[in-house]
Design a protein around this ligand. Sequence first.
Ligand SMILES: Nc1ncnc2c1ncn2[C@@H]1O[C@H](COP(=O)(O)OP(=O)(O)OP(=O)(O)O)[C@@H](O)[C@H]1O
Ligand SMILES: [Mg+2]
Length: 228
Amino acid sequence: MSEILVAKNINKIYDEGSIRTQVLTGLDLTVRAGERIAIVGTSGSGKSTLLHLLGGLDVPTSGEVWLHGQCLNQMNETERGNMRNQHLGFIYQFHHLLPEFTAIENVAMPLLLRKDVPIKQARHEAVALLERVGLGHRLEHRPGELSGGERQRVAIARALVTKPSLVLADEPTGNLDYDNAQSIFTLLAELQDTMQTALLMVTHDRSLAAMADRQMLLKNGKWEDFLD
Ligand SMILES: Nc1ncnc2c1ncn2[C@@H]1O[C@H](COP(=O)(O)OP(=O)(O)OP(=O)(O)O)[C@@H](O)[C@H]1O
Ligand SMILES: [Mg+2]
């Protein structure tokens, strides 16, 4: 299987004046095409920090992140932004949808950022994906007019609209009840299978984590052996 993302010896130290916090220590990680990986760990163990580094939203203090054979560390902000838009989708714990835009507009946004995609086509693809996540009847609703589960489905549609090779999801079901969390995960897994997208998901939910191909436990910024 081809390697989508490779992280080598990642260290992250937050350095704020007199306060110096080492959050990640010597982490390695490889994500292969289509793989489903769950990252678990207690609050403060560094999961979100790691996801930010892997997605090029932040840079490690030392170590390297390679996406599709290109090293993110050596890129400037614009180049990293382009790599993100080209290859990655993001789902956050709290949807991060734009409140003043409709569901269609939110989902179409990553395509419109590409500038070479006509608005009509972007909207068409957004509608198709919203229909697949069961929101064909909520196209013109703004995030404030949707339920928590519906917002999360819009966020999934937005993450997948560019057909990324990897989706990074930070507790995508964190603020949903059990049934909704299960159905969101099942939906994500189905979409992932049809699109051959790899998924790296942070979750506190051990039963969701158990549905992944691989579970990884982060403890004090290092991988721990996983004991079921
Ligand atoms: N910008 C920052 N400056 C300084 N310290 C930070 C910063 N961001 C995070 N930290 C610290 O790094 C540690 C890891 O934070 P992180 O958000 O990665 O944890 P997490 O595993 O995602 O936790 P949670 O499960 O609560 O979301 C925490 O102790 C946090 O206080
Ligand atoms: Mg977090």
